[in-house]
Design a binder for this molecule. Structure first.
Ligand SMILES: [Zn+2]
Length: 215
């Protein structure tokens, strides 16, 4: 039987090791996460349909889970922005629907009002979305992805989900059980450290993203 002091020391040592491990994992993560979700097959010949959504990673939030960001763009059926809804900080930048930038979770007030830090417009959180739908060629899809990645200071991991008929999804079903496969929808990740490694070797971000989209 171990004496209590030894037991206590062992426990502390275990906690310290555990903390070190999670700190190392966190350090590897980017501050942001972009998810590209392919809604159609990824064809070189016809435009592909996909959505983009954006998270602040748990690292940026000082631990805890990732937090999805809203997009400063009012739904089509919502009414236009009125002068009253434009906070005083930066009038002029706002358009009738909002500026299209990202609104972090901390800018969503308890009453459900979201304030855009870029243009100052206040939206009801029910009138704005958290993903953007695109239909674009592979080249344009890579450009769109690069534009958003740069907007997030080039500090984002990229996650991809695939349509049910995509070979990637089928591969997931072969390698994992159904629940995992359904959850992940053929998920692949292009972590920031790999993006930086690949581009430091001379490849452009655009060409790397294009390769990731078509892989
Ligand atoms: Zn805005």
């Amino acid at each position: 039987m171990m004496n209590p002091e030894t037991q206590y020391n062992l426990l502390n040592q275990k906690i310290a090791e555990e903390n070190e491990r999670s700190a190392a994992i966190m350090k590897e993560k980017a501050d942001y996460k972009i998810q590209i979700w392919f809604k159609s097959d990824r064809s070189m010949h016809s435009p592909i349909a996909f959505t983009l959504s954006f998270w602040e990673s748990g690292k940026r939030m000082h631990g805890g889970g990732d937090e999805m960001m809203f997009i400063c763009k009012r739904n089509e059926d919502a009414k236009d922005v009125t002068p009253f809804e434009v906070a005083s900080v930066s009038k002029g930048k706002a358009s009738a629907r909002g500026c299209g930038s990202l609104i972090p979770g901390e800018m969503v007030l308890p009453g459900g009002l979201a304030v855009c830090p870029h243009c100052g417009v206040k939206h009801k959180s029910t009138e704005i979305g958290d993903s953007i739908f695109y239909r674009a060629t592979i080249d344009n899809a890579a450009k769109i992805l690069e534009t958003w990645w740069r907007k997030l200071d080039g500090n984002a991991d990229i996650y991809a989900k695939y349509s049910p008929t995509d070979p990637r999804t089928k591969m997931m079903y072969q390698n994992y059980n159904h629940i995992v496969a359904r959850e992940k929808k053929g998920l692949t990740i292009y972590p920031l450290k790999n993006i930086l490694k690949d581009t430091s070797a001379g490849a452009s971000v655009f060409s790397r993203f294009k390769a990731f989209i078509t892989a």
